[in-house]
Design a binder for this molecule. Structure first.
Ligand code: HOZ
Length: 427
């Protein structure tokens, strides 16, 4: 029995499903999870000593690669000064100043501990600000696991084939309206039905929890227009796209302004951090400045802030990181596309900047319904092959691949070659 198998056996006795987040379980690809012992640069090493080129990158935040020396040093220095104070620190001011001075439409920002918390709080703020209750979300978009948002959600719930969750009272989702991603008319219909009741439209500007689905031209601009017309707020959930598509995330990449933006793990360089921010008049609603209550002992944790601040500073001081990463990613996904085209089966590679995904379907994937046409058995077979070759991709069809600055052209080229061999053999 391998060390990972042994650990999984023990874990199953004491942790539900043996894992602390369902997407790590490998169930949908017919495998057991690998327990990770360490990570460095573009690689992770499991408990049995097998090394993988890691294309998950802790689900996004490791844009500079694992164990970056400057970030590690900043964390060590912070640890030497104590792990948590539950009190204000200078680093919190610095990171907020950095974000507010560089990202459009962010006049104030509040640190929390995860993307789930950021989204939950942004929704509350939008409701407090507008005095309205309803929110619009898109099928297949995932905004964390808070009650109101587990409605036709992506990510692990989509992988499990149960896009809603048990344990969510109907009352919690009665004000959540679902629209079709990339389909403006579905949003317009909801606004026509509830012109005065919708507080906010929340969207992943690039949907990256049903695989990767970029927005069609005009979709985000149309959402902006509709929200302005009906007095609702537009919330960009940038847990995945923030500081990844570019320094200003999707707002900068597409040139569309959001009213509120939510961030997740990338804000803490992989440490448990999230944040939400927006224009001053909206964020001034948040306690203690305003009446929308939101709190957290560990929010703005001093160690996590130093990690995040260091990563954001590096990204800001080196804009060439994004240029090189996105160009490298273009070449990689083009290579993967060429490799998969040898497949007798239908396939589609969707990609934008360093995010990408290979679907096993003949139809273009533009929304939840088309993402679900992907043959998940074919994905599982591909996963097992490429994983065995030493490439750690997400163990689910409905997640993204995340490239990092630490991945080399040569390593990615080898992966595309391995894909070519796999799909060639199927032909
Ligand atoms: N799709 C999830 C993040 N956006 C994966 C992470 C998790 O749920 O553990």
């Amino acid at each position: 029995m391998s060390r990972s198998e042994e650990l999984f056996k023990r874990a199953c006795e004491v942790i539900p499903g043996g894992v602390n987040s369902p997407v790590r379980a490998f169930g949908s690809v017919g495998e057991n999870p690998r327990f990770i012992a360490s990570a460095d640069g573009g690689y992770m090493t499991d408990a049995d000593g097998k090394r993988y080129l890691d294309l998950v990158g802790s689900w996004g935040p490791m844009i500079l690669g694992h164990n970056h020396p400057e970030i590690r040093e900043a964390v060590i220095r912070a640890c030497e000064k104590g792990l948590s104070y539950g009190a204000a620190t200078e680093a919190e001011v610095e990171i907020a100043e950095l974000i507010c001075s560089t990202v459009r439409n962010i006049g104030m920002v509040r640190m929390v501990n995860s993307g789930t918390e950021a989204v939950m709080s942004a929704i509350r703020t939008a409701r407090g600000f507008t005095g309205r209750d309803k929110i619009v979300k898109f099928m297949g978009c995932y905004h964390g696991h808070s009650d109101a948002l587990l409605v036709q959600a992506g990510s692990g719930v989509m992988t499990a084939g149960v896009p809603d969750s048990a344990g969510v009272p109907a009352g919690c989702t009665k004000d959540t309206l679902s629209a079709v991603y990339n389909d403006l008319s579905s949003v317009e219909t909801l606004f026509e039905q509830f012109p005065q009741e919708i507080a906010a439209v929340i969207v992943e500007p690039v949907a990256a929890n049903m695989g990767v689905v970029p927005p069609k031209k005009g979709f985000l601009e149309g959402l902006r227009r509709l929200c302005t017309k009906y007095g609702a707020l537009l919330i960009f959930d940038e847990v995945i796209t923030g500081f990844r598509l570019g320094y200003e995330g999707a707002q900068g990449y597409f040139g569309v302004d959001a009213d509120l933006v939510t961030y997740g793990k990338i804000i803490g360089a992989g440490m448990p951090v999230g944040a939400y921010g927006g224009r001053k008049e909206i964020m001034s609603m948040v306690a203690p400045a305003g009446p929308v209550y939101q709190a957290g002992t560990l929010s703005g944790n001093p160690v996590a802030m130093q990690a995040g601040l260091t990563q954001l500073r590096i990204l800001k001081e080196h804009p060439e990181i994004y240029i090189e990463l996105n160009a490298k990613a273009d070449r990689f996904y083009t290579g993967l596309d060429a490799a998969a085209s040898k497949s007798p089966q239908g396939y589609h590679v969707n990609h934008i900047a360093s995010l990408g995904c290979l679907y096993f379907t003949k139809d273009p994937v533009v929304d939840y319904a088309s993402a679900k046409t992907s043959d998940t058995k074919a994905f599982a077979q591909w996963f097992r092959y490429i994983f065995e070759k030493g490439y750690y991709i997400a163990p689910s069809q409905f997640e993204a691949m995340f490239l990092s600055a630490a991945h080399t052209e040569e390593e990615l080229g080898k992966m595309a070659e391995a894909a070519g061999a796999y799909f060639g053999a199927l032909a």
